[in-house]
Ligand binder design. Structure first.
Ligand SMILES: C[S@@+](CC[C@H](N)C(=O)[O-])C[C@H]1O[C@@H](n2cnc3c(N)ncnc32)[C@H](O)[C@@H]1O
Length: 213
């Protein structure tokens, strides 16, 4: 919590250094409402969200092969036409796949807390500014964690670095992911921070798209 970097200390993100992920296929965006989940695990939230929101196109990215295999198996046995499982590192995939001002919602649910490497926490990364540039005005980003200090730190970064409005709340009835189910069963204090991108919020990446025709 101490010695958090401010905006001047956070490096500028360099999208040009990221190569396309192996086997990359440029998605086509058939729906107006494009939703991204980063670190989707075995895909439970992506499945329930896609079912409940048939007019949304849900891209759910998972980097770990073993988790992705389970995710993909459940997807194949219970296909939801608007759910797209992606096996990739989210950072290069987003850089190459998502045009500016495209996303209506982003979910990062129970990210790895990175206890030894605070710079790898999502809200401390230079990539955050790029991700914000991919969001439409009034789009939301939902971060959930069972670690109070992780949410405290994210809140500080929202206030002082990214300067975005947000609402923090306790998780009460939600059971969105396997990690959330596990933590809630253990009685751990899970929470959400829902960040909104205001109209007129600008980033250096608002015109950047590597795959622009
Ligand atoms: C603690 S797990 C939570 C999984 C799921 N969201 C849940 O709540 O059940 C965090 C997940 O994020 C994935 N992850 C971490 N960094 C990632 C990245 N850069 N791109 C894609 N997935 C990532 C990890 O592989 C891991 O499966």
């Amino acid at each position: 919590m101490q010695n958090l970097p401010n905006l001047r200390e956070i490096r500028t993100f360099r999208p040009d250094v990221f190569k396309q992920p192996r086997g990359f296929v440029q998605p086509t965006f058939a729906h107006q409402s494009v939703v991204l989940e980063i670190g989707a695990g075995v895909g439970l939230h992506a499945l329930t969200f896609a079912r409940a929101n048939p007019s949304a196109q849900v891209f759910a990215i998972e980097r770990t092969a073993e988790k992705f295999q389970k995710f993909n198996q459940s997807h194949l046995s219970e296909t939801s036409p608007n759910r797209n499982p992606i096996h990739a590192d989210a950072i290069p995939w987003v850089v190459h796949a998502i045009p500016p001002a495209c996303l209506q919602q982003v979910f990062i649910l129970y990210p790895n807390p990175e206890p030894k490497n605070p710079a790898q926490r999502w809200f401390n990364m230079p990539f955050m500014q790029f991700l914000l540039s991919r969001m439409q005005p009034n789009a939301t980003l939902t971060l959930a964690s069972n670690i109070t200090e992780y949410l405290d730190e994210a809140e500080q970064q929202m206030l002082h670095v990214w300067q975005l409005p947000y609402v923090r709340s306790a998780v009460t009835t939600e059971r969105r992911t396997h990690f959330e189910i596990k933590y809630m069963e253990r009685g751990e204090p899970c929470g959400n921070i829902v960040v909104t991108k205001p109209e007129g919020y600008t980033t250096p990446f608002d015109s950047y798209f590597s795959n622009a025709q």
